[in-house]
Ligand binder design. Structure first.
Ligand code: ZN
Length: 198
C-alpha cells in the first residue's frame, strides 16, 4: 500500500553551497510506503528521482509528516555534501596554515552533538553534515579547528594560537554559537568535548 505526497521543496532555499551561492537541488518527489511488517524504524531510499520513505503502518499522519520531513532533509544534506571535496579542502587549508594533513576527513550524519571530531591517534576527522548549509568560511574554520587538534589535543592557549592563524576564527565561532541556539535543529546540543566553540 502506498500513496504519493507532494515534495517538500520549500527547504531548498535554506541550503547553501560552500561558495555561498544557493544549492540548486532538484526538488524530488516523495513516496510514502506504509508497511505492516515494519514495526519501529523509518527508512528511505532514492529510486531514480523519487525518495521512497517506508514507515510503520501504525504511524499517525503528523508522525508521518515529521519523519518524511526529516528524511528529505537528510537526503538533501547527503546530496549537498557530495558536492564538497573535504579531503581537497583540508589539504589546501593545512598547507596554507602550516598544519598537519589528516589521514582521512569525512562527513558524518550521526555527529549530532558536535560540529567536528578529531581522533589524533588515527589522524582522522569527521565533520557534521549539519555544516552543509553554512558559508564556506565557517566550514573552513571547523576544518582548521580539527586540524589544530592534530597538534594540540585540548583547548588551551596554544590551541587557540594555532586556530587564530585563520583570520575568520572569531567570526566563525560567533556564527556557530548562533546556529547552536537555532531551534530548527532539535538535536543541536553543544558538546564540551569538541564544539568548535570555546
Ligand atoms: Zn576542539
Amino acid at each position: 500500500m502506498s500513496d504519493m505526497t507532494s515534495s517538500t521543496g520549500s527547504e531548498n532555499s535554506e541550503l547553501k553551497l560552500f561558495d555561498d551561492s544557493p544549492v540548486q537541488l532538484e526538488p524530488f518527489q516523495v513516496e510514502v510506503v506504509r508497511s505492516k511488517k515494519r514495526r519501529r524504524t523509518v527508512s528511505a531510499q532514492m529510486h531514480g528521482d523519487v525518495l521512497r520513505v517506508s514507515i510503520p503502518s501504525w504511524m499517525s499522519k503528523s508522525e508521518e509528516a515529521s519523519n518524511v520531513a526529516e528524511m528529505v532533509r537528510r537526503f538533501k544534506r547527503k546530496i549537498a555534501t557530495q558536492e564538497v571535496d573535504l579531503t581537497d579542502r583540508a589539504r589546501i587549508l593545512a598547507k596554507r596554515y602550516s598544519l598537519r594533513t589528516p589521514d582521512s576527513i569525512e562527513w558524518a550524519e550521526n555527529l549530532t552533538s558536535v560540529w567536528g571530531l578529531c581522533t589524533p591517534s588515527t589522524k582522522t576527522i569527521r565533520m557534521s553534515t549539519r555544516l552543509v548549509g553554512f558559508p564556506s568560511w565557517v566550514l573552513d574554520y571547523v576544518i582548521i579547528h580539527e586540524l589544530a587538534h592534530l597538534h594540540v589535543s585540548g583547548h588551551g592557549p596554544d590551541f587557540w594560537e594555532i586556530t587564530r592563524r585563520y583570520e575568520k576564527t572569531e567570526r566563525a565561532i560567533g556564527y556557530l554559537i548562533a546556529k547552536a541556539g537555532d531551534t530548527e535543529d532539535d538535536n543541536d546540543v553543544i558538546d564540551s568535548r569538541d564544539a568548535a566553540t570555546p
